[in-house]
Design a protein around this ligand. Structure first.
Ligand SMILES: [Zn+2]
Length: 345
């Protein structure tokens, strides 16, 4: 992944987010201030000398990006309209244009975005090394939201492809609740869905959420929505896994088990699959092997005897079973039919 030296607005150069120094400020013809290119951070300077620049994009923190507008017009109908239709109070023939004090007369379009976000966004539009705004998840969410705001469908795909190659992934089990909250805040439906699915790796109980600090990142409305989602997934899982145990070949991994269900599924496996339906967070190989171990080596004196037969189940058999179970779980989660609405948080 390319997140090179230009990429970390927070880590490398925070000047874009700091109040500008009077020494480096300039006044343009509109009376607003701009920052000199020499004093700009590297992620701004990379867009200061494009040989074919014919427009200036000015950010809310007063940095200017000189770029060929053909890239912008090709990428965003929203920015195209802004460039073409915004009136210019001082020059009706220009497009929201004002002359800069650098001796150029390029039109200027004022944007509400920060230089950190715009620099990253432009890196996915103009042929330079693509970079994310920073290592902070929220900055990446804001970048996606900005591309979505400008209806940059292709750019959104590029950014998401870029993110998909990250290791570790942007959205993962340990930050799923936080990302879910951010994705709702920034109106990113795809990321809302991705994060919601990953929250299934965590048991949905108030005690667990409170002890792991996850309640701190969720509003009451978001918690309620996620709670409903978990319940719906459990309903689908319960139905699909019941069918799997009755008719699937996978669960019949050992007919010689000392205790089989009426469907010829080892009871310990029957119990494990039922527990996954109740709590999808138990769907992982560690929990599976723990269930097998408890059956093979019972710890309680009340247990009858060890099951030598299940102790000798081969790894290939377990792999086949796990693949079949994974398909069922995946299918249930992906076919959970109700989609999330985006909430105002
Ligand atoms: Zn057994």
């Amino acid at each position: 992944m390319v997140t090179g030296s230009l990429g970390s607005c927070n880590l490398i150069d925070t000047s874009a987010r700091q109040p500008q120094s009077p020494r480096t400020s300039k006044y343009n013809m509109s009376g607003s201030t701009t920052l000199s290119s020499e004093e700009s951070p590297a992620y701004v300077r990379q867009f200061s000398n494009h040989p074919h620049a014919d427009i200036i994009l000015r950010t809310r923190d007063s940095h200017e990006f000189r770029v060929p507008k053909v890239y912008i017009i090709d990428s965003s109908p929203i920015l195209t309209d802004l460039i073409r239709t915004s009136p210019c109070p001082s020059n009706p023939n220009a497009v929201q244009g004002i002359s800069t004090d650098a001796g150029t007369s390029l039109p200027v379009v004022q944007l509400s975005d920060s230089s950190c976000i715009l620099s990253s966004l432009l890196s996915f539009i103009i042929p330079v090394a693509a970079h994310l705004p920073s290592t902070a998840v929220e900055d990446t969410m804001e970048l996606l939201s900005t591309a979505q705001k400008y209806e940059m469908d292709l750019v959104l795909t590029r950014i998401r492809d870029h993110l998909a190659r990250q290791n570790p992934p942007l959205i993962r089990g340990e930050n799923a609740f936080y990302v879910y909250s951010l994705a709702q805040k920034y109106g990113l439906r795809r990321e809302v869905d991705q994060a919601a699915r990953l929250t299934l790796k965590v048991p949905m109980s108030i005690e667990v959420l409170e002890s792991t600090g996850k309640l701190d990142v969720l509003s009451g409305a978001l918690l309620h929505q996620l709670w409903d989602y978990h319940e719906r997934v459990q309903e689908y899982l319960a139905s699909d896994l019941t069918t799997f145990m009755m008719f699937g070949i996978g669960p019949r991994i050992n007919f010689r088990c000392i205790k089989l269900s009426s469907s010829d599924v080892p009871i310990w496996l029957n119990d494990y699959i039922n527990s996954v339906a109740m709590n999808p967070a138990l769907f992982n190989l560690s929990e599976f092997h723990m269930a097998l171990t408890r059956h093979v080596i019972p710890s309680s004196s009340h247990s009858s005897r060890c099951c030598q037969s299940c102790a000798s189940i081969g790894s290939a058999t377990i792999d086949t079973f796990w693949t079949a179970l994974s398909d069922v779980v995946q299918h249930s989660i992906e076919n959970e039919p109700r989609r999330f609405c985006l909430l105002q948080v």
